[in-house]
Design a protein around this ligand. Sequence first.
Ligand SMILES: *[C@@H]1O[C@H](CO)[C@@H](O)[C@H](O)[C@H]1NC(C)=O
Ligand SMILES: *[C@@H]1O[C@H](CO)[C@@H](O)[C@H](O)[C@H]1NC(C)=O
Ligand SMILES: *[C@@H]1O[C@H](CO)[C@@H](O)[C@H](O)[C@H]1NC(C)=O
Length: 682
Amino acid sequence: MQLLTALAAIAVVGLVAADYNTVKVADKEFLLKQKKVYNLLYHVSQPSLVNPTLYEEGRSYNIEGNIESYTNTTAVKNFLYLYEYGMLPRGELNTVYYSRHLKETEALLRLFYYAKDFDTFYKTASWARINVNEMQYIYAFYIAVTRREDTKFIQLPPLYELYPYAFFNSEVLKKANHAKLFGKLDSKKFGDHKTYIIPANYSAWYVSHEYDIEQKLNYFTEDIGWNNYYFYFRLDNPFWLKSKEFGLQKWRGAEYLYGHKLLMTRYYLERLSNDIGKIEDFDWHNEFYTGYYPTMTYHNGLPLPQRPYWSKFPYYKYAYIKDLEDMESRVSAVIDSKFVVDVTGKLVNIYTSEGFNTLGNIIEGNMDSCNRDFYGSIDMFARKILGYNLEPSTSYQIVPSALEFHTTSMRDPAFYRLYNRIFKFYHYRYKMHQKPYEKDEIIYPELKIESLVVDKLITYFDQFDSSISNGLIIDDVEELEKTLVKIRQYRLNHKPFSFHLAINAEKTMKAAIRIFLGPKHDIHHKPLDIAEGAQYFYEMDNWIVDLNAGTNKIVRNSQDCAFIAPDPEPSEVFYKKVLKALDSESDSLSYVERLNGFPERLLLPKGKKEGMPFQVFVYVSPVEEEPIVYTSRIFGGNKLDDKPLGFPLDKPTFNFRYNGTNMLLKDVTIYHKDEMELNVTH
Ligand SMILES: *[C@@H]1O[C@H](CO)[C@@H](O)[C@H](O)[C@H]1NC(C)=O
Ligand SMILES: *[C@@H]1O[C@H](CO)[C@@H](O)[C@H](O)[C@H]1NC(C)=O
Ligand SMILES: *[C@@H]1O[C@H](CO)[C@@H](O)[C@H](O)[C@H]1NC(C)=O
């Protein structure tokens, strides 16, 4: 449900949004805040050089002297106590997967969160921008902006612009840091800026492992939109925060499980397109099959840890393995016995409407887990083992693995092994222990899908430039104002397409329509029927329509899908729009009320030249209750029915009853074209 952002924004002609998403014109107050938020994020590592006024504001601010400007003095005192004692130095790496780093990040977030008004928040941030660790600052600041009442829907720059080290390989950034020498001067000028383009490939370009078929997927697992999305997904409900204190989603545990399931099904389809089959299982006591060779370095020059192929877990991971095995067996016991033990020792049944959420909370081990001491955090411990990070020599000298940052997690093939294991936990043990739906729970004869026509589905690679000047070290401000550095990469994309549906309703009613995309056959060309293949079906769309009695023609465009967002605008374009709207009466800035969404570009898995077969499953059901309005500060709002996540494919599909008139399975073919062909057929 976290993905329920919905909108279609076409950058060139302005913003268009489906009816449940709100497009707003920014007022003066919003614009001023928006400008300040961007300024606070530019060149954080060189605060005195780039924006001297802001630097002075930060220097002259005194937190202690303004303690009455915060609504929670305990939080301020906690922070000051840590600060005086000594916090993580600037320049070092910060991730919330290390306890001391986490404690400090939390204290800083609370300081931001409890500032009583925007002005205090702004001053506090300008102080922190120069006095605390940069990574700690940016992370806490992002969360504060997405949680504070007075910064609702203030946009944040895509993270690859601020911290390109988590998105691009070392050799590319090496060149980018000397863009004038290694870049290509782009003939197109942006304003007064000279633009240098650095071409980039994915990591397979350098590291060839003949037997490693996984690397065929690098274009996907290293996609900056895919990774930026995951960062936001985990930012929506940070596992280390209590939902009550920060107003997180009530169903965070369910969203955690289902959100990862969506990512896994999408990933699985991409594997199929590349003729790679199922994700193999693993065992904590045997060699781990997939290696990971990130050719990446952090901003401080430390390389990301590597994991050799087919290697045994190193001895310094044994302690984690022991703990993790305990957690896994306790969670298995919960699922098989039907009961969790909460902190007071009370048994709570999980085979209820809230049970899935409870299960998600204990697997993630978030702050809403009913017994963190007992169930721990499978999610966190598995990352500690699989990432092969080395044990730090002091609590600050860390070299985190790709799995210990949400921006890089999805680049490591181990990520998908881990969530496959977690998925199997709750899918085979929890979901599949439940009874299949009864006929009358899924079949609605009053609704009939009369026809479904899908436009031709075409994928291709397009070039995309990411502006990264903001993440680079500069030595001259004037130079900075005159140049832009962009990294150019090929990325998966598809032509816009529509689903054309004809749905017959017995009477006027509201109905929910769900569209899933799934495999047609496995990699050995054995056809998969929906009963076997249901777990791999990827939920593309889910929305509510008003139907008239009789036949209703519905056209649903790919850009309207309920889960997606277009590519974000580069900051230099967006910021300029903000300034223009502030300066002149005739210009205005429109924004959609959300910060991110699943990348629209990645809705379809890559096709094949000769066509790659898939199946579309369309399901329509009546909505009797008032629709539930789902809202997320990050992913926006959407209207939903009250069915479980993944319905109707979320329960066992044997004894197959999926042949009512209100559902339809249809074969579709996805074609892939290269650039040359596209130009011809345009
Ligand atoms: C104030 O902050 C502390 C942590 O510093 C937190 O435990 C507490 O719940 C907060 N109080 C309120 C009223 O939000
Ligand atoms: C990227 O890869 C292509 C071929 O796969 C190669 O021709 C090109 O030189 C590479 N570019 C860079 C910047 O490595
Ligand atoms: C659906 O399947 C059941 C069991 O296989 C069968 O009895 C029934 O006639 C089918 N209904 C339709 C509409 O095809």
